[in-house]
Design a protein around this ligand. Sequence first.
Ligand code: SF4
Ligand code: SF4
Length: 266
Amino acid sequence: MTVLSDIVPSFYKEILNSKISRLEVTETKATCDNCLRSRDKRFAFPYKPDLKCCTFHPYLPNYSVGALLSRSEKTSGILQIESKIKNREFALPIGIVAPFDYQFLFLNKEEEQFGNDAALLCPYYDTGQNRCSIWSSRGVVCTTFFCRSDQGQSGLKFWAVLSDYLSYVEMALAEECLVQLDFSPRDLSDQLFYLNKREFEQDEVIQKSLSKEEDKKIWNGYDDHIAFYKKCFAIVQKLDRKQFKEILGEQGLSLEDEVLDYANRR
Ligand code: SF4
Ligand code: SF4
């Protein structure tokens, strides 16, 4: 039997509602190491077995980046993260987001490019191992995506509701780190502009990195970005459940209730 705390990144284990952590979430149908979606003809179109549902560039919140950079083993994905930081590839204080050229490509893709177009493959995918190389601290979308559930539609609905809740958690914690590290609400809203962009200028369609000037302005005087991300991880690691509830506020706590509600409806 798998419970939720077995599959979420370890830094969430102490702070999530224990009823949520203990939820049974065994999924036997979505066999990711031998991708179901590349074999099962009942899906509208197949995915390539060496791309799977990883034709996606996830947002990684600052504390997850810090958790990965704190590991002694350097996977290919962690090397990618280091390279993104060094080359100003949209490694922001709030976390690492997809570069604008990728966001444009993803937004304008045909449906069947998902799972099939190697240009969309996640930078953290280990092509040699044919699997994720940052699994221990992967983002929320990746943690909660299942192409099929043992509980059918109600199981998929549960994962969607959990995804909404954990996305809220992800953003609340990333913002808390920024507040504790002296970023203003204005700095924060400026950074949200880089996530989920919808309108693109002509030069942004091919933009892979930030200019030195733009990057410096966003970073608010922090020069050592790796040390900054590690500080964010330390902030989240120190939180207890009481502090976490204060950060979540009423809206976050009502999303927690919704997760439990949908878990019971499966
Ligand atoms: S969740 Fe993704 S990797 Fe896993 S079986 Fe489904 S499509 Fe394949
Ligand atoms: S982070 Fe991992 S699970 Fe998520 S899209 Fe990338 S390779 Fe796939």
